[in-house]
Ligand binder design. Structure first.
Ligand SMILES: Cc1ncc(C[n+]2csc(CCOP(=O)(O)OP(=O)(O)O)c2C)c(N)n1
Ligand SMILES: [Mg+2]
Length: 372
């Protein structure tokens, strides 16, 4: 049934379904990833407002979707093609806050050496994370292609692609879903239905009552889940991952949630999100509900959870400080990583460029930093 909303914890943290079997260690890792995301968000907002980074994407409200989904993947073989609103996926798998801050600043240690916008993370380790793409929906066919390539090589890896409700109007959604449905790709399609695509509300995005309904047309089984219930998200994603690994093909998951912050640091949602809607969703907070359950099941005490909170706040503050202190990528990096052996004409351009900026003394210090 695509229209039943799967739930394990109600908004107050009471059990209304059977919780998945997870060790205390994994449950606490999930919790920490949610709290890390909250503090990373908060720190990035402050950095942007004080002019230290250009941009960030608030994750407030949707953390349980990212974390619950990530926890269902096997980091030794699976692939994630996240949306730009999935910091929790990276935190859950152990990407460090400093490394993510390096990307926010585009500094010398950023693994994209400053060529991407902030938030556009990519990693090979600790889990394979496809570079986040700004054009909406382009990563869906890519994720399908990745999973089919793995299948062809005889691996049982799956790919998980995460996108928004707005993303379902993109060409990439249709071609990715069609391609996966026809070829039985081991891909998990995870739609973060957070009710908004910038200022466009759900009912102006699609005539479909649900996103899950769209699976039928592609021959892809679909399920709707309470996206603010991290245990329920984990459970439905795990089922989809198991199906994919067993050669049973793709699944579409609609995680129903709400974007509680702005679209980005450039947005003011108070201009278009009705106050009552925000108030209503505040009562469904994914962190509070999970914490209430962790405490009631004896997995943690409220004092222990307070320590995690303070620890994550400190972790983000020191990560930001460390990333801020690093230099920008050297000028010659704009010429690197294209050719195995740099051709003479490109080497000449590089030398001219470095010489030119050096002679003008513009933005190039002794480390040869890129002039910004
Ligand atoms: C192809 C394309 N069209 C438009 C945009 C501008 N844009 C950036 S984010 C966004 C909204 C996407 O909404 P949704 O998919 O629901 O994701 P959310 O931001 O809510 O997580 C739009 C329209 C874009 N990046 N790419
Ligand atoms: Mg959205």
């Amino acid at each position: 049934m695509t229209d039943t909303l799967q739930q394990i914890l109600d908004p107050t943290g009471n059990k209304v379904g059977k919780p998945p079997r997870l060790s205390k260690e994994v449950l606490l890792r999930m919790h920490r990833a949610i709290v890390q995301t909250r503090h990373f968000d908060d720190r990035c907002m402050k950095l942007q407002r004080t002019g230290k980074i250009g941009f960030s994407i608030p994750n407030l409200g949707i953390e349980a979707v990212s974390v619950g989904a990530a926890a269902a993947l096997d980091a030794s073989k699976d692939w994630i093609a996240p949306s730009y609103r999935d910091f929790g996926m990276l935190f859950f798998h152990g990407v460090t806050a400093e490394s993510m801050m390096d990307t926010q600043f585009g500094n010398v240690d950023d693994n994209s050496v400053g060529r991407q916008m902030p938030v556009h993370f990519s990693y090979r380790e600790p889990i394979r994370v496809l570079s986040i793409s700004s054009p909406i929906g382009t990563h869906l066919p890519q994720a399908v292609g990745i999973s089919l390539a793995a299948k062809k090589r005889g691996e049982d890896a799956v790919s998980l692609v995460s996108f928004g409700d707005g993303g379902t109007s993109s060409l990439g959604f249709h071609s990715g879903m069609n391609f996966a449905g026809v070829l039985g790709a081991p891909t998990v399609f995870l739609c973060q239905n957070n009710q908004w695509a910038i200022s466009c509300p759900y009912d102006k995005q699609t005539g479909s009552e649900t996103i899950a309904a769209k699976g039928e047309a592609y021959g892809i089984p679909a399920v709707r889940v309470d996206g603010n219930d991290v245990l329920a998200v984990y459970k439905v994603v795990l089922n989809a991952v198991k199906r994919a690994r067993a050669g049973e093909g793709p699944t579409l998951i609609e995680a129903v949630t709400m974007r509680m912050g702005g679209h980005s640091t450039s947005d003011d949602p108070s201009r278009y999100v009705p106050k009552e809607m925000t108030e209503e969703w505040k009562t469904k907070d994914p962190r509070k509900r999970f914490e209430a359950w962790l405490i009631s099941e004896g997995h943690a005490t409220s004092e222990e959870l307070e320590i995690v909170d303070a620890d994550c706040a400190e972790e983000m503050a020191s990560a930001a400080k460390a990333a801020f202190a690093k230099s920008r990528p050297p000028l010659d990096t704009i010429f690197s990583d294209v050719y195995a052996e740099i051709p003479k004409h490109v080497a000449d351009q590089r030398d001219w460029c470095i010489g030119h900026y050096s002679s003008r003394g513009e933005g190039v210090d002794e480390k040869g930093e890129f002039p910004l």
